[in-house]
Design a protein around this ligand. Sequence first.
Ligand code: VAL
Length: 382
Amino acid sequence: MQSKTKKLLAALIAAGIVPAAHAADIKLGVAEALSGGAAQYGVSIRNGFQLAADEINAAGGINGNKLVLVVEDEQGKKEEAINVFKKLIFKDNVLMVFGPTLSNSAQAADPIAQAAKTVAFGTSNTADGITSIGNYVFRNSVTEADVLPATISTVKAKTGLKNVAVLYGNDDVFTKSGYDNFKKALEDQKIPVTTTETFAKGDVDFKAQLTKIKGTNPDAIVLSALLAEGAPIMVQARQLGLNVPVIGGNGMNSVKIFDLAPGGASNNLWIGSPWSIENKAPENVKFIDAYKAKFNGSPDQFAAQSYDAMYIVAQALKNTKITGELPKDRAALRDALPSVTWTGATGAFKFRQANDRAGKPAGYDADQAPIVSVTKDGKYVI
Ligand code: VAL
């Protein structure tokens, strides 16, 4: 189609004169944890995608073509993530797949997308090594490796901590990667560790580990956990009189902590992220207001990152010639993505090339710096 005709069609669709069904739909897969413990993140992520796609479609879509989301629940389980990726890529014939929610699932499912030469775009995967899977793997979530050194140095500067105890989940790709990066940051910043304790997914009683930690009298607890375990850990720590700062990774960066660890138990939790609800940049204010109006609640960082990711893909799509030949279109989208820059709810964004384990170019990580916040009376404050 000539670009003039395309523009006219886009305008007619936007004005509701021509129904969008007359234009070609662009099918995008969304594979997120919408049930189970990781739904604490996955539902926000789905909302962010929906909000951005609705806005983009209301503004005429992509050169007149409408974005259609095919949403699947991968339940926060790696086996389900594999099934859902296969369904979206081979049965639904989506152009690309967003997700899955957990790094643990991404490590299992992203190789399917890579082998099928279909973009897998994670908006919440923060463990090491995800984008080393291959050149079709992208993420706009800032990694633990990029965030945790800044989180540790900020808490050290602001609280004067001299030592820490470490507690982490040793059976999850993200919590283990968070531990590895915390350990390195603590060594680099010469902060002694009083004790290192572990837990497993599904544990509910953390008193043994916390009692041991309390016995070493640390100035803070470094915690690499997902909310399902991290929230009860905070509750039980406070019950035991451990009121020291808790330094968390990405798993603890959710407003859900205020419901799951109520009555002040969530206070004094430190996290780093490029997104903050306090950031008054116009793109962020627009996002927060639109999210509140649509979903009747405040957004979190997970919604902000998926919202931005949809706009990043939309930018790439605007520069992609969609031919209707799926392998060609999937490759064209991949090729258009790396050079996209975008200023959205999380601020200015660009990609950074990641390498595979042999040091050869692979996928793309986020190139963004974190801001460190601390929880106070039901809010993350800078
Ligand atoms: N960032 C984590 C992960 O990569 C969670 C919190 C989504 O698994």
